[in-house]
Write a protein that binds this ligand. Structure first.
Ligand SMILES: [Zn+2]
Length: 188
């Protein structure tokens, strides 16, 4: 049964092409020593003008908080010389984890549009099973969460042969799928 209280997120004409753009940008890492499925970019909501692009750099920077979304927010705020991203939209290859979604809320970003879901990612690496929408619902802030958009394209980053090989070396490879059922079931 549909939840009539929930406002339906608006998918704009630009969303699919923007999402594809960050997927293609992230896919360039597949030919490198460090393939990554996680990339994010921030654009002006009104004009679609690109502000920043970022990749996950946890291994590169030895920083567990260096997720693509957090790095994009850091770069964007530095560039704008402001802690606020009001008026901006993020496109991410994957649904933001609770840390990233909280950071986006603190930044006051207008919208986040994502490709693959946390469940998709959890087939390959460990995840925290709380939906991005739940983080928004349990906060005092507003942010439009749109996704999955171009899910198959975004998920192809996770299943690229070079990525599958790289996942084997990740120290945080996923536990069996059967264990990861902490999320609330939305089924009725
Ligand atoms: Zn994250």
């Amino acid at each position: 049964m549909g939840n009539t209280r929930e406002k339906k997120p608006s998918l704009t004409a630009l969303d699919s092409s923007r999402l594809a753009e960050i997927v293609h940008f992230t896919a360039r890492t597949m030919a490198t020593e460090r393939p990554l499925p996680f990339g994010a970019m921030i654009v002006q909501t009104k004009t679609g003008k690109l502000l920043v692009k970022a990749l996950n750099a946890v291994a590169k920077e030895n920083d567990p908080s260096s997720h693509a979304e957090v790095r994009a927010v850091r770069l964007a705020c530095k560039k704008l010389m402001s802690p606020s991203l009001r008026g901006y939209t993020m496109y991410s290859t994957c649904e933001p984890c609770p840390m990233c979604m909280a950071n986006l809320l603190w930044a006051g970003i207008d919208r986040i549009v994502y490709g693959a879901t946390i469940d998709d990612a959890s087939r390959h690496c460990r995840q925290i099973h709380i939906a991005a929408t739940e983080i928004v619902e349990r906060s005092d802030m507003a942010c439009e969460v749109v996704g999955p958009v171009e899910r198959d394209l975004a998920y192809s980053l996770f299943t690229h042969p070079n990525m599958l090989r790289a996942f084997k070396g990740w120290s945080n490879s996923s536990r069996p799928k059967s264990v990861s059922n902490h999320g609330k079931r939305a089924t009725t």
